[in-house]
Design a protein around this ligand. Structure first.
Ligand SMILES: Cc1ncc(COP(=O)(O)O)c(C=O)c1O
Length: 386
């Protein structure tokens, strides 16, 4: 039996996989079992910040792995504290809770917001407003938070207390806030899975103002947009807002499971002993990997992310089969004349890995993709889109 058949036989069939098994990779280049080369414009869905098996990152992770792999959160570990300190210093946030995934980081944010409201106002003010077309995870609660009906099937009863507003419609948001006993607004600034939809700056600023006026916590889901992806360390830094809670995961540890929920000063002590926990959260190996990643996302790298994003846009925007390009930095959505999924399949045949987001092509290459790999991939894309 080959890998495709054995996968189908032994693994729960929840993924519609492409007929591709990658065996090894370096940077943005990977090879399948036949030695065919692929240039990666997907980064494992925004996870491999510095590509495949980046040597500095591998060293940071393996050095930690060879001295101490896990202790439980009953004890202190140096990498976890160093990482929390670095995250706070680089964002102005005050405290961090570590977990293992984006959904868990969001669960923690939801618990934090509800606890804040219950401490101040009692238990009748718990509704959280999220946006239509959002994606916040696959747990029962983060599915409820996700503003897409297709995710609200089969698995009910879902967690109560989520209302979904139309993005960029401040009037509707005002109405929902006045109609529901709310504790938080919970948004992605760029809806990644939802089609790389960038929220309007004015709308986001008005949301922040509405949150402040009504003492609602502003929670920003940066699971996909965080860690340098949009050309700033976190996307909210492009919007001139100060969120109360920021969640992230994916690219934070560059390829190992990790999540973080960042709390501002106002809510830094809202979760206390016994309120939350995780066996693996903040694991020292993942924390060491994340420290390596974060310390390398400096101003020069961020400027390079913006430059490469602009390069892709300028090369593709005038092609006959491109309708529009959305996104920021190296999180780009391309609306195409042809079906995006077909283009991904044809890209694979030609040796480039891409993703879709709804009906768009989605590009999220490793942040340090070399100019030569990028221009090779772009010239294949140009052929596909001409
Ligand atoms: C914005 C956003 N939030 C949450 C999640 C869920 O993250 P995870 O799959 O790590 O649980 C994702 C995953 O795609 C995401 O893009």
């Amino acid at each position: 039996m080959n890998i495709f058949e054995e996968d189908k036989k032994y693994i729960v069939n929840t993924y519609k996989r492409f007929p591709l098994a990658l065996i090894r990779g370096t940077g943005a280049v990977a090879y399948d079992e036949n030695g065919k080369k692929y240039i990666d414009l997907g980064a494992g869905i925004a996870v491999n910040t510095f590509g495949f098996s980046d040597s500095e990152w591998v060293k940071a992770v393996s050095d930690q792995l060879s001295v101490l792999q896990h202790t439980s959160n009953l004890y202190y570990t140096k990498p976890q504290v160093a990482l929390a300190k670095m995250l706070c210093e680089r964002t102005g946030m005050s405290k961090v809770f570590f977990s293992n995934s984006g959904a868990e980081a969001n669960e923690c944010a939801i618990k934090g917001a509800r606890k804040y409201s219950s401490d101040r106002y009692g238990d009748d003010r718990k509704v959280i407003i999220t946006l239509k077309n959002s994606f916040h995870g696959r747990t029962i609660t983060t599915l409820s938070a996700t503003g897409q009906e297709s995710f609200h099937q089969h698995f009910g009863p879902f967690t109560d207390g989520f209302v979904h507003a139309e993005a960029n419609n401040i009037k509707e948001m005002r109405q929902l806030i006045s109609r529901h006993p709310c504790c938080a607004l919970f948004i992605e600034l760029i809806q990644g899975e939802g089609g790389v939809n960038v929220l309007d700056t004015n709308y986001v600023k008005e949301l922040a103002e509405l949150a402040r006026e009504n003492d609602l916590l502003l929670i920003i889901d940066e699971v996909q947009t965080g860690n340098g992806r949009t050309g700033t360390l976190f996307a909210y830094q492009n919007y001139g807002i100060s969120p109360d809670i920021v969640t992230t995961a994916k690219g934070l540890c560059g390829g190992l499971p990790f999540g973080a929920t960042l709390f501002s000063k106002k809510v830094s002590d809202v979760l206390s002993f016994g309120d939350h926990g995780s066996t693996f959260g903040g694991n020292p190996v993942c924390a060491a990997g994340a420290l390596n990643i974060l310390s390398r996302i400096d101003d020069a790298l961020l400027a390079d992310v913006r430059r490469k994003g602009e390069y892709i846009r300028s090369e593709l925007i005038n092609l006959p089969k491109v309708k529009s390009i959305s996104g920021m930095g190296l999180l780009l959505g391309i609306k195409t004349v042809e079906n995006a999924a077909d283009l991904v399949a044809r890209g694979l045949e030609r040796g480039i890995i891409m993703l879709t987001a709804k009906n768009k092509l989605r590009l999220l290459p490793p942040l340090n993709i070399s100019d030569s790999d990028l221009s090779e991939a772009v010239s294949i894309l140009k052929e596909l889109l001409s």
